[in-house]
Design a protein around this ligand. Structure first.
Ligand code: HEM
Length: 171
């Protein structure tokens, strides 16, 4: 059984080092400081996951519907078991985005995902664009909270954007 947060390893994957020579704690600390992504953001996102989780199934479906509308992306995914697996991993990805602590283990996990995307030939600009899709979908999900607590909602969006941009460094 794979550990939570561990992407499927594949011998054909380029080594993590091919994507980044520096994923040490010091580098990560600097990135987090620049992004102004701290423990408060993590705590906020963790609390939000309870609200987001039950809505994720629809989000994942709309994510892949969107991808399917672009043939060059659709062909990377295809049909069958891989597609079903990806639906599950997208849900897991979202859970990690909201609940995992940003440490070097988290970064290694993100680098490994980047290595898988590199292997399948997903170009970085498509990855960045699909992050925008994911982010805007999550913004829609959180929208009802804007009426209940507008200030908290605005702060939550900032935490989410920072977290997403951290991930986007490793396409
Ligand atoms: C925000 C954008 C994306 C996220 C967060 C994401 C996340 C992931 C994750 C977590 C994995 C690892 C699954 C594993 O552990 O095996 C993965 C693999 C994969 N991703 Fe993405 N992905 C994104 C965008 C895309 C796009 C745009 C495509 C293609 C159009 C794509 C196609 C794939 C494929 C084909 C795999 C390998 C699946 C397999 O053979 O198991 N991903 N992705």
């Amino acid at each position: 059984m794979e550990a939570p947060g561990s992407p499927r390893m594949d011998s054909a994957c380029p080594p993590i080092a091919a994507f980044s020579s520096a994923i040490d704690e010091d580098d990560l600390r600097k990135r987090l400081a620049f992004l102004e992504l701290g423990e408060e953001d993590e705590a906020r996102l963790r609390r939000l996951w309870e609200f987001v989780a039950p809505r994720e199934e629809g989000n994942v479906r709309s994510f892949y519907d969107h991808i399917d509308a672009f043939p060059e992306l659709h062909k990377l995914i295809g049909e069958g078991p891989r597609r079903e697996r990806l639906h599950r991993t997208q849900h897991e990805y979202a859970r990690e985005l909201f609940t995992m602590h940003c440490d070097t283990r988290y970064v290694e996990n993100r680098l490994q995902i980047g290595a898988i995307h590199h292997r399948i030939g997903l170009e970085p600009h498509w990855y960045v664009a699909s992050c925008a899709k994911l982010l805007t979908t999550l913004m829609d999900t959180l929208q009802p909270l804007a009426h209940e607590a507008p200030d908290a909602h605005a702060i939550a969006l900032k935490s989410l954007v920072r977290r997403m941009f951290l991930d986007m460094a490793w396409p």
